[in-house]
Design a protein around this ligand. Structure first.
Ligand code: NDP
Ligand code: HSE
Length: 436
């Protein structure tokens, strides 16, 4: 049955809720012109409806009662923008059971509880839109689900946490301290309610869980993602990386080979000549390589009210088209029944190049002890930098390696860190790039 309007209710009038409402109100004529139907903002629920959010909404739209929206028979799509797991999950399930489509930016919820929500939506015959949950304004979910559907995905590399990219960029360009860069990112509304999620790689892992599931047809597997954040990276490492021709970025990596999928999040040294190394500030970028299309790169703002609102409204309009034209539902994210049987590669089995920063005593024979242990573990050295001279004291000794197996690296570092000439735990960063 054709209708000329659809109604939406938003739960959560914070950063993304405000951006979404602004786009729906300010671009309503454009949306109508492009799609042939209107999107009516029927309600916005928030705990606090007295605070000035910087936009005017029509009278009667604001409510403190989220359930009023979930039970409103006129609302077609419930947009969950409150964040967190509970009660967001309960609200989404209730909306789905009431026959409403749902749209969310909540990657934490989908990565950890998504299989329950997708299964329930499948049963109820409604859609779940989650474009905004990965890479903010970049339509990467659409790319993976639709644009590259004809491809076997070779690899995906993403800078998909604006807060940590913003912090690393500030540390690189302005030499500011980690904590002041984080405060600024929080003030700008980029950081999660709990910023640990951003700086410890958890938010990136939430997003990678969704990407890997779409790219490789595997179930949502957040617990299997290797997660390492940026808190151990010092300004000194960023400087050494720069001397070696690299930028330090928090990368989300997924690739498949020999029937296994890698899913890992960690700081990574990326060669200066790679486009993704030039992605700075709050910007995100996702590199996707497909067997048919080759290399593709998507770039844009990964956080903030309007970019994220842009992705939320894109989902609303997409689902609106299904409602208005009565077309078949789009494919769900992988359901347990259709999930591919690929295994997840253990972190010890991955291969990479490595940067090591040893804290070693500045005395003869130290380098040969360290390189001997590396050699015995099949790790071969590309270059060595030693900075400063402190007879009898310790100095940073930086080593860049050829491709090595992570298990061998961990074994070698255990042995090296136990040497009396090594005064502190060795820091290592995985390095991307070709060996030619
Ligand atoms: P905010 O904290 O800015 O907004 C959340 C809003 O929801 C707040 O106003 C909060 O009220 C309200 N809220 C909390 N509980 C309830 C409830 N029970 N009923 C109604 N309203 C409630 O978060 P963001 O807008 O930044 O993030 C929202 C979601 O979008 C999260 O899942 C986040 O991960 C995701 N996201 C955020 C991006 C960003 O750039 N900020 C980008 C991409 C995704 P109160 O403040 O009173 O608690
Ligand atoms: N905290 C997230 C970030 C918001 O910094 O990227 C966007 O998902």
């Amino acid at each position: 049955m054709k209708s000329d309007s659809i109604s939406v209710g938003i739960i959560g009038f914070g950063t993304v809720g405000t951006g979404t409402a602004r786009i729906l109100l300010e671009n309503s004529a454009l949306i109508r012109e492009r799609c042939g139907f209107s999107v009516v903002l029927k309600g916005i629920a928030d705990l606090d409806i007295t605070r000035d959010r910087g936009i005017r909404v029509p009278d009667g739209v604001l409510t403190t009662d989220a359930r009023a929206l979930l039970n409103d028979p006129e609302i077609d799509i419930v947009v969950e923008l409150m964040g967190g797991i509970h009660p967001a999950k309960d609200f989404m399930l209730e909306a789905v059971r009431n026959g409403k489509h749902v749209v969310t930016a909540n990657k934490a919820l989908l990565a950890t509880e998504g299989s329950v929500i997708f299964a329930e939506a499948e049963r109820a015959g409604v859609e779940v839109g989650f474009e905004a949950s990965v890479a903010g304004g970049i339509p990467i979910i659409k790319v993976l689900r639709e644009g590259l559907v004809a491809n076997n995905i070779v690899a995906v590399y993403g800078i998909i946490n604006g807060t940590s990219n913003y912090i690393l960029t500030k540390m690189t360009e302005e030499k500011v301290e980690f904590s002041s860069a984080l405060e600024e990112a929080q003030r700008l509304g980029y950081a999660e309610a709990d910023p640990t999620f951003d700086i410890e790689g958890i938010d990136t892992a939430h997003k990678l869980t969704l990407i890997a599931s779409l790219a490789y047809g595997i179930p949502l597997s957040f617990n299997a993602v290797y997660k390492e954040g940026i808190t151990k990276i010092t300004a000194r490492d960023i400087e050494f990386a720069s001397e070696l021709g690299y930028k330090v970025k928090l990368l989300a990596i997924t690739k498949a080979s020999n029937g296994e999928v890698e899913m890992r999040v960690h700081p990574t040294m990326v060669p200066n000549e790679y486009l993704i190394s030039k992605v700075d500030g709050v910007f995100n970028a996702v590199y996707v390589e497909g067997d048919a299309v080759g290399s593709t790169l998507y770039y844009g703002r990964g956080a903030g009210d309007m970019p994220t609102g842009s992705a939320v409204v894109a989902d609303i309009v997409d689902i609106g088209k299904s409602i208005v034209h009565g077309v078949a539902r789009r494919a769900p994210v992988v359901s347990p029944e259709t999930a591919s049987r690929r295994g997840i590669r253990r972190m010890e089995d991955i291969e990479s190049m490595y940067y090591f920063r040893f804290s070693a005593l500045d005395e003869p024979g130290v380098l040969s002890k360290i390189s001997g242990i590396l050699g015995a573990n099949s790790i071969s050295i590309v270059s060595v930098i030693q900075k400063g001279r402190r007879i009898g004291g310790s100095v940073p000794l930086v080593v860049l390696t050829h491709r090595a197996r992570e298990r061998n690296v961990l074994d070698a570092l255990r042995e090296i860190d136990a040497l009396p000439v090594v005064s502190d735990r060795t820091l290592f960063i995985r390095v991307e790039g070709s060996e030619e």
